[in-house]
Design a protein around this ligand. Structure first.
Ligand SMILES: Cc1ncc(COP(=O)(O)O)c(C=O)c1O
Length: 446
């Protein structure tokens, strides 16, 4: 090419959650059984979508207007439903005009970071959900700036670290929170949310709260949506149906914009999101048609409660099985369907390994890079067929660990995964020569 065509941020786009799939597929082709614990898709994991939801989709598919474009912001009936539901919960009040539909939150996330001024940065949690961190880093052409979620403190955010980075980086314009969090399953206590809003208020920032799992918070988690504490601070909340219905293939998510009237520049930014969406015409129509019917049905919330209590039980069981390993830090998820186990500093060495069939080893060996947690993850895959995601390379983290899901609906299979995971961890940690001395954690960019 006569001129540079690769975007300077191109190397920042990485999605290990799906990249490990290629290796797992090649392993599967040797005849090994793979247990997919890497992707947060309840349907792919075998959860049944209730028949009454399917019937509503079938009914909507019978209506000609489901095949039409929808208005750029989204169908009026869907936006009215969401605004109304939001207002009934208390906290900030919105109208249908404060809502904008996207083709899934993946689309919303790339539109939001793409629309930001090239110099404006958004600080997010570490570990980080890679769609946010990669899109933000690609937008800035620089590593994502993060604040620490502290595994030694039940994954609570380190607010001193957050505020110090906000003060030290005048380009930071916004703070991201993911609540409930992916990959940790952490649910932000109300006072922590309020403290983050306070930091945003004092430093002239806006807040982005990814609440795609907000209706999957566990019974006693204390889950509060950002809307309940946001006061007069400009903010964007993100929601969708991928995990809730669950219908990830619908590609349907939306943003709720709070307090546009409080800041001219935020108002202009919000308008630019709508303008960006106009260029794409609109988001998918059929799921928006179905949304108010499904969410407004009296069976919806009881159905979610059943799912959530199953995740809660699996989270507690995971801690029972894995929590006694002294090399691991692990906390039960309080929402969503992921858990993260962190290796204590020094627990992993480059000489640890697990046995594998020669054919499998030939596939795995080229992927054993430098990251020690990824090394464990690939050995686990080769030895047991369990496919999880390394924390460092998968979630932009300086911590070593891995994320697994709580999605396996078959109790016996879930128990077997946990037991095999434990056996593999014990064998891996005991293998290799000498342990390395405890090492200091690397500093994350920014
Ligand atoms: C925190 C978080 N936000 C957004 C998404 C993307 O969701 P969607 O299917 O709406 O693109 C995911 C998907 O796993 C997620 O975990």
């Amino acid at each position: 090419m006569r001129t540079q065509i690769v975007h300077p941020g191109a190397d920042n786009l990485r999605y290990e959650i799906r990249q490990i799939v290629e290796v797992a597929r090649a392993t599967e082709a040797t005849g090994a059984a793979i247990r997919w614990e890497n992707i947060g898709d309840p349907v792919a994991k075998g959860e049944r979508v209730p028949d009454w939801i399917k019937q509503m989709v079938i009914q909507a598919a019978g209506e000609d207007l489901s095949f039409a474009y929808s208005p750029t912001k989204g169908l009026e009936e869907a936006r009215n439903y969401i605004a109304n539901e939001r207002n009934l919960e208390g906290g900030i009040q919105i109208t249908a005009d404060d809502i904008l539909f996207f083709n899934g939150l993946g689309d919303a996330i790339s539109t939001i970071y793409g629309a930001l001024h090239p110099k404006a940065r958004v600080i997010g949690p570490n570990p980080a959900y890679p769609t946010h961190s990669s899109a933000e880093a690609a937008h800035a052409g620089a590593p994502h700036i993060t604040y620490r979620l502290d595994p030694e403190n039940g994954w609570k955010p380190d607010l001193a670290d957050l505020e110090a980075k906000v003060i030290g980086n005048p380009d930071i314009a916004a703070i991201i929170i993911i609540n409930p969090d992916n990959p940790t399953g952490f649910v932000y206590p109300e006072e922590t949310l309020a403290a983050i809003v306070d930091i945003a208020a004092r430093h002239g920032l806006f807040v982005i709260s990814d609440e795609i799992y907000s209706n999957l918070a566990y019974a006693d988690s204390g889950m509060r949506k950002l809307a309940s504490v946001i006061g007069k601070v400009p903010a964007i909340a993100m929601r969708g149906i991928s995990k809730e219905f669950p219908w990830p293939g619908a590609r349907c998510g939306w943003i709720e914009i709070y307090n546009r009237d409080q800041d001219q520049s935020f108002d202009r930014f919000a308008k630019s999101l709508l303008e960006a969406k106009m260029l794409e015409v609109c988001a998918t129509t059929l799921p928006q048609k179905v949304l108010p019917r499904v969410m407004g049905d009296p069976r919806y919330y009881p159905y979610l409660e059943t799912r959530v209590s199953a995740y809660d039980q699996r989270a507690r069981r995971s801690v029972e099985v894995l929590g006694s390993l002294p090399e691991l830090i692990i906390h039960p998820a309080r929402g969503a369907f992921y858990m993260t186990a962190v290796f204590r500093a020094g627990a992993l060495t480059p000489s640890q390994s697990l046995p594998m069939a020669p054919k499998v080893e030939a596939i795995i060996a080229p992927h054993l890079g430098e990251a020690l947690d990824a090394r464990f993850v690939y050995h686990l895959l080769g030895n047991t067929g369990i496919c999880v995601v390394p924390l460092s390379t998968g979630f932009n983290s300086d911590l070593e660990g891995f994320r697994f899901t709580l999605l396996e609906p078959d109790d016996a299979k879930f128990e077997a995964i946990l037991q095999d995971l434990r056996t593999a961890l014990v064998a891996y940690l005991a293998s290799g020569a000498q342990r390395e001395p405890a090492k200091a954690q690397l500093a994350v960019a920014g």
